[in-house]
Structure formats: C-alpha cells, structure tokens
Design a protein around this ligand. Structure first.
Ligand SMILES: Cc1cc2nc3c(=O)[nH]c(=O)nc-3n(C[C@H](O)[C@H](O)[C@H](O)COP(=O)(O)OP(=O)(O)OC[C@H]3O[C@@H](n4cnc5c(N)ncnc54)[C@H](O)[C@@H]3O)c2cc1C
Ligand SMILES: NC(=O)c1ccc[n+]([C@@H]2O[C@H](COP(=O)([O-])OP(=O)(O)OC[C@H]3O[C@@H](n4cnc5c(N)ncnc54)[C@H](O)[C@@H]3O)[C@@H](O)[C@H]2O)c1
Length: 449
C-alpha cells in the first residue's frame, strides 16, 4: 500500500473516532486519524470530565453550606482560580497522551479538517489520501446564533476555561449545558440569568421534577426568562446588552458575559460531503443500522455526528465499537441500544432513565406513577439537602419498572441501579426483595417503588 493509502481513515479523535481507530489498528489494518483541534475530543478536553472536576468543589460548597450550624462552623468558599488550576491537572495532558497512544498503535496522525474529493478520496494537509473506509466521527459544535452582535457570545469551552468569573452572566439556552453551568456559576458567586425560547428549562426531562429544580434554582438566585427570543447582542464599553422579545414586546438585559448554550449541531462544515456522496440531515450523517452511510457504503459515521445519536459519551463509545466491528468483519453488528440513563449535573442532579410519564401512558394500558418530594426522608435530612424528589413509573399489570426520574444528591449514581432494573425488566416486588446497603441512597429505591 502506498504512503497515502489507508484501509481506514477516521475524521475526529473523540471517544467515537478513537474507539474505531484503535480497534482497527489492533487488528492490523492501516489506519489514519485526523482532528482539526486538540486530540481527545469534547468529553475529555472540554465537556463531561472538566465539568465534573469543577463540580467537585461546587458539591463541597453545597454540602458545607447546607450543614452550616449543623456540625460545620464555616461554609466553604469557592476559589475559582484554584479550581481551574486543579482542572488543568487533568485536561492539560489529554491531547499529547491521546496522540501518543494512537501513534503507539502505528496510526498515522493528521491535524487538519479533510475535505472529500470523491467517495474514497480526501484532501488533508495538502495531500490526496485514499481510504477503503472513511469514518466520520466529528461530533457536535454549538449552534450558531444568527443575530447582530452574535460574535460577542461565548461558548461552553470558554466557560470551562474562565480565568475569572464575571459578576453577571446570562446563559442563552436552558438545556443540559445552560442549567449545569448556571448552577455552578451561581454557587461560585455570579448573578445568573437563563433565557430560553421554550416554556421551561430541560424540556426532555420530567416536567414535575424540572418544576421542583426550577423553584430551587430560583432560591439560589438564578433568574429565568422563558418564551423569549434573543434578537441582538450589543457591546457598550465593557458591558454587553442583549435585546430579546417576549410576545412581540422588546426587553433588554445587561451582563458581563453571555454564553450561547442554545444547543449543538453536527460538525460537518468543510468536509465537502456532497463530493463524497454522503447524505446528511440536521441530525447528522444519514446511516443504516450498521452505522454505514446510506448513500456511500464506503463511509461510516459514529458518535454524536451520526443521525442515530443521543449525544452522550457512553453511546458514542458504543457506536465507535459497532463501526469498528463492521469494518473489521464486514457489517455483522447492528446498533442495539439498551435504555440509557441521562443526568443533568446540576446540584442536586436530575437523572432519568426509561419512559417519561407521557410515553408510558401511551404505551401501557394502566401505569402506576409514584411521584413524591421526599426532602423529609432520612438520607436527605441527614445532610440537610434542600431538595430530594422522585417519580417512578411502573406497568400496573406486571409491576415492571418502565421509567425512573430522580432529583437529588447523587441521583447520577442512584439512576444506574434503576437502569439495571429496567434493562433486566425487574418488578417492584423484585426490587423490594433485594437487600441493599443501609443507610444509602440505593436503599431508598425500595420505598420509591
Ligand atoms: C459542556 C459539555 C458537557 C458534557 N457533559 C456530558 C456528560 O456529563 N455526560 C455525557 O455522557 N456527555 C456529556 N457531553 C456530551 C459528550 O461530550 C459527547 O456526547 C461526546 O464527547 C461525543 O463523542 P464523539 O466522539 O462523538 O464526539 P467528540 O468528542 O465531539 O469528538 C469529535 C472530534 O472531531 C473533531 N472534529 C470536528 N470537526 C472536524 C473536522 N471537520 N475535521 C477534523 N476533526 C473534526 C473535534 O475537534 C473533536 O475532537 C457533554 C458535552 C459538552 C459540550
Ligand atoms: N450531563 C450530560 O449528559 C450532558 C451535559 C451537556 C451536554 N450534553 C449533551 O449535549 C447536547 C447539547 O446540550 P445543550 O445544553 O447545548 O443543548 P440542549 O438541547 O439540551 O438545550 C438547548 C436549549 O436551548 C434552547 N434554545 C434553542 N435555541 C434558542 C435560542 N435561539 N434562544 C434561547 N434558547 C434557545 C432550547 O429550547 C433548549 O432548552 C445535549 O443534547 C446532551 O446530549 C450532555
């Protein structure tokens, strides 16, 4: 094979792209990978992991604040600068170690966005590269907000790297990112506003629990503006002013920083997919159940950028594995996805798995819905947690758990037990007869069902 010829060429070095590249190289295929940013992808460099590190201090703050006067004499204070330094201990080495691990497997590395020339040929770093299989694993990028002054918006990457926290912050978009960051910034002392075009934040989550979270967020000082359409962002000396419209009426809000947290879209610009005969839509690259491009069988897509995505790290990794298997063995693996938990890492966490109440109602004849604000339960009272609530949905005929929604400290962990329960079709009786450790959040599940 010539230097510029590969069995597999992977575009994107996140969890999905790395999984494919490594698995194919380990099987002896000649592999190349490229990234137009630092190697390692969103999750490790500028997503889940750095966010969770910043959250560690926020959680310590939250716990010590709640226990002040109850065994703690002085609540913790967040030192943002120190926290950022601690985070960099984890993130600083990711690009170099990722490159090292890939190169050690004999994978050729490029550092630019390629462009398709035809179905099997790419132009990258000025070279024409031919590959039997091309894998698109380019993830998502923030949605562009088109309005006058949009260039003044900062993005999630900027928030995670803020050297100093502005006094007043506005998040435009109250989804996962907007809400997680709003909770962090409010705890770290900023005055926070969340603006959303919708009627409520986190529209994919249970309305009752989101309502509890919204009320609690307000008590932290987070201001919400709903059904608002941002129109223009203006810079006036050091200040920024956003004009937005509610029911045709114009309003303004001023802040030190405005973050675009209005959703993320597939990163496909510049790839010249038309020349590669790769069809795509607003969800991503159009794929079949093997994650192979429907229009060009030499191309696969995996992770957030495939149209089969639910933009979460564990699913992106799973998709990378499916693509690798299909390249190595010739389409023998169909993407099968078990129920996937999803967590908004606000403090407290909002976690969900399985059906929503509406979905369960349309699927089953009779359902049982156990919804309760359980702030008076021992586990919450023990740490003086201000909010603890749950909604468990069961098929009333069989007792099978079909949906679980938790709002509380460590809900991001407890939801994993319910994920196993749903995946294994466990019933309320089976959960009740299981012995869990005590006292623990996990043990509360018995009372919830
Ligand atoms: C702030 C934030 C917090 C998150 N928190 C969580 C969480 O707590 N839990 C969770 O499960 N998920 C979380 N996610 C989502 C998670 O990060 C993604 O689902 C996951 O990283 C997707 O992996 P991927 O490999 O598909 O894409 P990515 O990790 O995005 O990798 C794609 C790679 O392709 C590169 N690329 C893009 N375009 C091109 C191009 N034209 N040419 C070359 N390279 C290109 C990018 O630079 C990137 O390195 C979070 C996301 C964000 C933004
Ligand atoms: N904890 C996690 O697992 C986690 C954390 C962060 C991100 N993610 C993943 O990343 C994806 C993107 O997250 P996100 O928070 O950017 O998107 P999102 O889709 O969760 O939320 C976007 C929000 O912005 C609002 N919006 C859209 N356009 C707007 C506009 N012009 N003005 C004001 N509001 C507007 C929407 O109504 C929505 O509430 C998520 O779908 C998720 O899968 C996951």
């Amino acid at each position: 094979m010539e230097d510029h010829e590969f069995d597999v060429f992977v575009i994107g070095s996140g969890i999905a792209g790395q999984t494919v590249a490594k698995a194919c190289a380990e099987k002896g295929l000649k592999v190349a990978i490229t990234d137009n940013r630092e190697f390692g992808g969103t999750c490790a460099n500028r997503g889940c992991d750095p966010k969770k590190i910043l959250l560690s201090a926020i959680e310590a703050y939250e716990l010590s604040t709640n226990l002040k006067g109850k065994g703690i004499s002085k609540a913790a204070k967040i030192d943002w600068k120190q926290l950022q330094k601690f985070k960099r201990n984890f993130t600083a080495n990711i690009p170099a170690s990722t490159e090292h691990n890939l190169a050690e497997l004999g994978i050729t590395l490029f550092h630019q966005s390629p462009a398709f020339l035809d179905e099997n040929t790419l132009l990258v770093e000025g070279k024409k590269v031919v590959a039997k299989k091309i894998v698109i694993a380019t993830g998502l990028v923030p949605r562009t907000l088109t309005m006058p002054g949009a260039k003044h918006f900062k993005e999630s990457d900027d928030f995670l790297n803020l050297k100093k926290l502005p006094k007043k912050i506005v998040f435009v978009g109250g989804g996962y990112i907007g809400m997680e960051f709003a909770h962090m910034a409010a705890r770290a002392g900023a005055e926070v506003t969340v603006i959303d075009t919708g009627k409520r934040p986190l529209h994919a989550f249970d309305a009752d629990l989101v309502n509890e979270l919204r009320k609690y967020s307000k008590s932290l000082g987070i201001n919400f503006i709903f059904e608002a359409t941002p129109k223009a962002l203006k810079k006036k000396r050091k200040k920024l002013i956003l004009t937005y419209e509610i029911k045709g009426k114009e309003h303004t809000i001023e802040a030190g920083a405005f973050f675009n947290t209005a959703g993320r879209v597939p990163s496909l610009v510049g790839l010249d997919l038309e020349k590669g005969k790769v069809d795509f839509n607003e969800k991503g690259v159009e794929t079949n159940t093997y994650l192979q491009s429907i229009s060009n069988p030499n191309v696969y897509a995996c992770g957030d950028v495939s149209d089969k995505n639910l933009p979460l790290t564990p699913l992106s990794g799973r998709q990378g594995y499916v693509v690798a298997e299909n390249i190595i063995n010739g389409n023998d693996k169909v993407l099968e996805v078990p129920v996937i938990p999803s967590v908004v890492f606000t403090s407290p966490n909002l976690a969900t798995v399985g059906y929503s109440e509406e979905e369960a109602r349309s699927r089953y004849k009779n359902i049982r819905v156990n919804f309760e604000v359980a702030t008076n339960w021992f586990n919450a009272k023990r740490i003086n947690a201000p909010l603890y609530a749950y909604k468990i949905i069961m098929n009333d005929r069989t007792g099978e758990i079909v949906g679980a929604h938790l709002l509380g400290p460590d809900a991001g962990e407890t939801i994993n037990i319910l994920t196993m329960a749903i995946n294994n079709k466990m019933t309320d009786c089976e959960i009740k007869s299981t012995i869990f450790s005590y006292p623990s959040w996990g043990n509360d599940i018995k009372s919830m069902v």
